[in-house]
Ligand binder design. Structure first.
Ligand code: ZN
Length: 117
């Protein structure tokens, strides 16, 4: 990757990070609202706890995403961005475009998913 691509990647990662943080914030507010609402009947309550599970899962996914983005920003700072952390091969630019915090090339990703890291 050349300097221009790296700068674009950094910008995209920072944008994604802000986006996730905004989502987390919105989720936090929605979750507080659920907590302070009155609970009129049981039927309503089960819907509500389902919502809360959903929110909890969502924030877990978001936390993971922030971690992935931070790891990518660190790789970028070290000059190792866009290189597979497993085999050391350059990751396809198309893949980095779709998922700028990819740490594995497509081959390794497939193997990691199948056999673990
Ligand atoms: Zn690889």
């Amino acid at each position: 990757m050349d300097a221009q691509q790296l700068a674009a990647a950094k910008e995209e990662l920072e944008r994604l990070r802000r986006e996730v943080l905004r989502e987390v914030q919105a989720t936090g507010e929605a979750s507080r609202q659920l907590d302070t609402e009155d609970v009129p009947d049981i039927g309503d309550m089960s819907t509500r706890s389902y919502d809360r599970d959903l929110l909890y899962n969502l924030s877990e996914v978001q936390r993971q995403k922030i971690r992935d983005i931070d790891a990518a920003l660190e790789l970028l700072a070290q000059g190792d961005y866009g290189v597979c952390v497993r085999c050391g091969e350059e990751i396809a630019p198309k893949r980095m475009e779709v998922r700028p915090f990819s740490r594995y090339c497509i081959e390794c990703k497939t193997e990691v998913e199948r056999f673990g890291e």
